[in-house]
Ligand binder design. Structure first.
Ligand code: DOR
Ligand code: ZN
Length: 421
């Protein structure tokens, strides 16, 4: 079947131009100033067309926690947020730390409405097995513990993993927080039940120590290192510095919308709803991250979509789980920032589509280009909408951005040539 997207402003070769797009099957087969006459047409009516977002960090919770999210609710939520590809994290039950577990997860997700792939968790026992998993895009390292308790922070084992990354080409994606610092802080602040203590326990120091150690190990052993969800000024400073060195060409990092758009002032209003790991920190950190994002030091933005139930979040601080849902709000928040001239559109597209495709080896994604996959989003930048908890498709049904009015509207998402919305 062929489908034409006519009369839109498409983001091609780094800028928006009045271009029509022809889709045949799952691929983009033509881009032209002339209208395509096909059996099926979408009149974009001056809206903008961007490559779909590739969210390199989601927790769709299957198997094990289907009550929190599953591939139907998760991918529906992603589609509404303009996300066409997701990369799912391994802290499920069972954890994705073996080939059979990976195959089980693949089978569960087979009918998802978005493209997907899966990270495998590194453990002290599975490096030999990881070495033989074909087409692995990324291995997740929990250098600090978080939901799921999969800890991997032995220096010799990490060195082995980096060497394996060098040999096989997968990316080592790290949750970088220092376990010792976290436990020391947890003892120091034990008994405090105000959610803002989270920033003190999961401190800037905890992140910076871990990042420094990982940069050192990466430098010595090679391979590809990607630091997930950077949250602090020191953390991003260390990365910026390391990027200037020789091994820096294989060092990338990510920020979440939570750390870019929220700071510790949110604890007062939202409490555990903004409890996540690494923690949301003070405004100086948010500003430093934002600067690094505009500059390009932050390579990609990914959601860390981590739904938990509202009942769990209503528990006292020390018992409430960490994590914030985000697939429905990431792209809108970033496009709203474009509307408010806080960042150029080009930077946003690079951070959510082009760069994640490059880093995680999605060879035919991330750009609107002939021969590439027809994963696209049609956006009305003239229309605004309000984020409303009750209208969300994630099972969690809450967002820290509830009530916020954003200047942009995701009109339609197209995955592999199939339009939704
Ligand atoms: O806040 C978080 N939640 N951080 C993580 O690293 C894990 C995630 C989850 O799975 O809930
Ligand atoms: Zn995560």
């Amino acid at each position: 079947m062929s489908l034409a997207l006519n009369n839109g402003k498409a983001f091609v070769n780094g800028k928006l131009s009045m271009l029509n797009i022809l889709i045949e099957g799952k691929k983009i087969s033509g881009i032209s100033k002339k209208r395509f006459g096909t059996e099926k047409e979408i009149d974009c009516n001056g809206k903008i067309i961007l490559p779909g977002a590739i969210d390199a960090h989601v927790h769709f919770r299957c198997p094990g926690f289907e009550h929190k999210e599953d591939w139907f609710s998760g991918s529906l939520a992603a589609l509404h947020g303009g996300i066409t590809t997701v990369m799912d994290m391994p802290n499920t039950k069972p954890a994705t730390d073996s080939r059979p577990a990976l195959e089980e997860k693949r089978a569960i997700a087979k009918d998802a409405m978005v493209n997907k792939d899966f990270f495998v968790a590194a453990t002290n026992e599975n490096l030999q097995e990881i070495a033989f998993i074909p087409d692995l895009r990324g291995v997740k390292v929990y250098y600090g513990s978080t939901t799921g308790n999969i800890l991997f922070n032995d220096s010799a084992k990490l060195a082995e993993l980096f060497r394996l990354s060098k040999k096989n080409g997968f990316v080592v994606v790290v949750h970088a927080e220092d376990e010792e610092t976290i436990s020391r802080n947890a003892k120091k602040f034990a008994g405090i039940e105000d959610a803002s203590v989270h920033e003190k326990i999961r401190s800037e120091e905890a992140e910076a120590r871990a990042i420094a150690k990982l940069i050192e190990l990466h430098k010595k052993n090679g391979g590809k290192l990607h630091i997930a969800h950077v949250s602090s000024r020191k953390g991003i400073q260390l990365i910026a510095r390391a990027k200037k060195t020789k091994s820096g060409k294989n060092l990338t990092c990510e920020a979440t919308p939570n750390h870019l758009f929220l700071d510790s002032s949110a604890y007062k209003k939202l409490g555990n709803l903004v409890k996540c790991n690494p923690s949301i920190k003070g405004a100086v950190h948010r500003k430093a991250l934002w600067k690094a994002f505009v500059k390009g030091t932050i390579d990609i933005v990914a959601t860390d979509h981590a739904p938990h139930t509202q009942e769990e979040k209503a528990k006292k601080y020390s018992e409430a789980p960490s994590g914030i849902p985000g697939v429905e709000t990431m792209f809108p928040l970033l496009l709203d920032a474009v509307s408010r001239k806080k960042i150029p559109l080009k930077r946003v597209v690079k951070a959510v589509s082009e760069k994640p495709a490059q880093i995680f080896n999605w060879k035919t994604k991330g750009l609107i280009k002939k021969g590439f996959d027809a994963d696209l989003v049609i956006i009305d930048m003239k229309k605004a909408f309000t984020v409303k908890n009750e209208e969300l498709f994630t099972k969690a049904k809450y967002s820290p951005f509830n009530g916020q009015r954003l200047k942009c509207f995701i009109a339609q998402t197209i995955v592999g040539g199939q339009p939704y919305g």
